[in-house]
Structure formats: structure tokens, C-alpha cells
Ligand binder design. Structure first.
Ligand code: NDP
Length: 335
């Protein structure tokens, strides 16, 4: 049975007296952790774009410093004051306030409210669950928004932006598994073979969805889209979507502005579906994990997964901010 071994290591982001924010591996005890009913011994955490912002103390993500980032974690219940969870249960947590409003998964132990905890779905383990993490969970919600609107594979191709990123890769893989013809948009032409291996029928450069003209509508091409980048690419795709198509939006790496008129909505009946993973209601959350462990289950090739330790997170922050990360990064809670 797991017991809590103190002190334990965590990645702590803090500000120095001269105002510089940095992340350091530090010793913590349970007394340092936030309140909650369940203590989890973390086996794996994962690294997402939002974690990179948290590691830099970004005020849009982190409420106060010092802070422990990590919006996802999976492991074993080490202590529980909740009737719903027992010591030894295999569990995961993604989103809610983990790693944002509350200290997160870049730690050997986390303490969280009982209703944030999800039982490890049958067929997954901590490593596979964190290969999915918020990225795969967001992809699943995006695919679900498309399927919900009855846009099935016979309706036409689906475009995915930021395709070599975490959300993008999972979206390509799940959509391909479900039989959609997927066009992957990527700035990394050298990763085209990998994207085809995941199931993309076509791989195009970012220029293919970068129309900054003021034309309200463009030639329609896509039945649906999973956009992970926002900005001009999202506006281009909305103007290029077929009648009654659906475009999901979750990210902003290409920009938070949306230069657009209402024409795609009122002339083509296009739906813009917003995706918000952190506050996803519990019933939908469980439904998504069920899909991810059964009918939408995909194992990403090992070459899409990179394991790093807490000391290596800061380098990864620089890489993801430069748009250079490919696939999913798993974080081992050790120095
Ligand atoms: P990643 O960094 O893993 O992937 C983003 C990808 O976008 C990159 O790999 C790159 O792919 C592409 N990209 C990077 N910079 C640019 C740019 N300037 N212009 C166009 N494309 C670019 O991030 P995640 O997959 O973890 O997250 C993607 C986005 O979704 C982020 O904005 C994140 O905050 C957001 N997100 C939102 C969630 C929500 O609930 N709303 C949940 C999860 C993520 P390539 O080189 O292949 O083009």
C-alpha cells in the first residue's frame, strides 16, 4: 500500500526579490499542499502549452506564487478522507483547477478535492493516461462536438491545425480511427510522414489556412475542423467550411483575435464550437474517458512520446513556446 514519504520533490515556480520568475525542484511536505480529501502519489504527469505558461508564472493561468504547475497527473491514491476513493486506487486528474488555481502534478504527491478524481479507465494505465492527458481529452471533446452535429465521415474532409502538437496529434489519430479523411496542417514539413502514420490523408503547410484578405467567405473545403491555434488560421477555416459544417476552437498559439464577419454563420450555417477542458462537466468528462479507453482508443507511436524529469521541464518550456515540440511530453515526478 502506498504511504506518503516526506519530504518529497516538486517543481516550484516562484519570483525572486528582483522580480524574476523561475522554476526549481524543491522539497515539500504534505503540510505544504492545498486542502483536499485525496492525496495521490503521482506516477506520471504531462506537459501542455498551459503548463508552459504556468512555469513562467503567467497571470492568466497562475493565481499566486509560489506555485506547482502540472494540469494533469495519474497515479495511486496514497491517503483518502473520501468514501469514494480508497488507498491503492489507480486514478487520474486532468483540468479543474489542477496546476492553475491549485498546486498541480509536477510533484511526487498532489492533494485534490475528491470530485476532481477519475478512476483509471480499464485498458489504460498511468503512462497511457498521461500520453492522453488534457491534450487527448481536448481532442476527444473536439471530435465529440463534430460527431454530435451528425457530421459523419461521408460529409467530407476534416482539417486539424497545430497537427504535431498534443491536441492536434490526438485529433488526427482519433478522427482517422473513426474513418474521417483528415487534412493535417503543420509548420513542420519534416513530420509529414509521422502525421500520415497517425492517419492523415493529406499534410499541408500553415500557409494553406492563412488567408488574411478581408473576403467574408472563401471557397468551401472542409466538412469540419479541429482548430488548436486560433487567430487568422481559425478565421480562414471558418470562411472555408462547407454548409452546416462545424469548427471547434480550443487554442490561441497563432493569436487570440478572430478577424471575421458573421457571413460563415448566417449564409453557410457554420457552427463554431468552443472547447473548454478544465471546467468540463463531470458526466461529459467520464464519457470522454470512456471513449478514449474503448471505441476511440489509439496508442500513439512511441516516437510521439518524450519522457522528462522535473529538472528538464524548464528547457521544454522554451521549446513549446517556440512551437518546436512534437507530440506528447510525459513528466516523471523526480529530480
Ligand atoms: P502544443 O504546443 O503541443 O501544440 C501547438 C501546435 O500549434 C504546435 O505544435 C504547432 O504545430 C502549432 N503552432 C505553434 N505555434 C504556431 C503559430 N504561431 N501559428 C500556427 N501554428 C502554431 O500545444 P497543445 O496541443 O497542448 O495546445 C494547443 C492549444 O490549445 C494551446 O493554445 C493550448 O493553450 C490550447 N488548449 C486549450 C484547451 C482548452 O480547454 N480550451 C485544452 C488544451 C489545450 P505545427 O508545427 O504542427 O503547426
Amino acid at each position: 500500500m502506498p504511504t506518503v514519504a516526506e519530504p518529497f520533490v516538486a517543481l516550484v515556480v516562484d519570483k525572486s526579490p528582483d522580480g524574476e520568475v523561475s522554476a526549481k525542484v524543491s522539497d515539500l511536505t504534505l503540510a505544504d499542499l492545498p486542502a483536499g480529501e485525496v492525496v495521490i502519489e503521482v506516477e506520471y504527469a504531462s506537459f501542455n502549452y498551459k503548463d508552459a505558461l504556468a512555469c513562467q508564472g503567467h497571470p492568466g493561468v497562475v493565481r499566486s506564487l509560489p506555485h506547482v504547475p502540472g494540469i494533469d497527473c495519474a497515479g495511486t491514491v496514497a491517503a483518502s478522507d473520501s468514501d469514494d476513493w480508497n488507498v491503492g486506487d489507480s486514478v487520474l486528474v486532468t483540468g479543474y483547477g489542477l496546476g492553475a488555481e491549485q498546486w498541480g502534478g509536477y510533484s511526487q504527491y498532489v492533494r485534490v478535492p475528491a470530485d476532481w478524481v477519475v478512476a483509471m479507465p480499464e485498458g489504460l494505465d498511468a503512462r497511457r493516461a498521461m500520453a492522453i492527458g488534457t491534450a487527448g481529452f481536448t481532442a476527444a471533446q473536439s471530435v465529440s462536438a463534430i460527431v454530435e452535429r451528425n457530421i459523419l465521415p461521408d460529409k467530407g474532409p476534416v482539417v486539424v491545425t497545430g497537427a504535431t502538437g498534443g491536441v492536434g496529434m490526438w485529433s488526427v489519430a482519433i478522427l482517422a480511427k473513426l474513418g474521417y479523411e483528415v487534412t493535417a496542417v503543420s509548420g513542420k514539413s519534416e513530420q509529414a510522414a509521422l502525421l500520415r502514420q497517425l492517419g492523415a490523408a493529406e499534410v499541408v503547410g500553415r500557409d494553406a489556412v492563412n488567408d488574411s484578405s478581408d473576403r467574408p467567405l472563401l471557397k468551401s473545403k472542409w466538412a469540419a475542423a479541429v482548430d488548436t491555434v486560433g487567430g487568422v488560421p481559425l478565421a480562414t477555416i471558418l470562411r472555408s467550411t462547407l454548409h452546416r459544417g462545424c469548427v471547434t476552437a480550443c487554442g490561441l498559439v497563432a493569436g487570440a483575435d478572430l478577424p471575421l464577419t458573421v457571413h460563415p454563420f448566417i449564409l453557410r450555417g457554420v457552427t463554431l464550437a468552443g472547447i473548454d477542458s478544465a471546467k468540463c462537466p463531470r458526466a461529459m468528462r467520464l464519457e470522454m474517458w470512456k471513449h478514449l479507453s474503448t471505441d476511440w482508443k489509439v496508442d500513439l507511436p512511441e516516437e510521439c512520446l518524450t519522457e522528462i524529469t522535473l529538472s528538464e521541464v524548464s528547457d521544454r518550456v522554451q521549446q513549446i513556446m517556440a512551437g518546436k515540440v512534437v507530440g506528447r511530453t510525459l513528466v516523471l515526478p523526480k529530480k
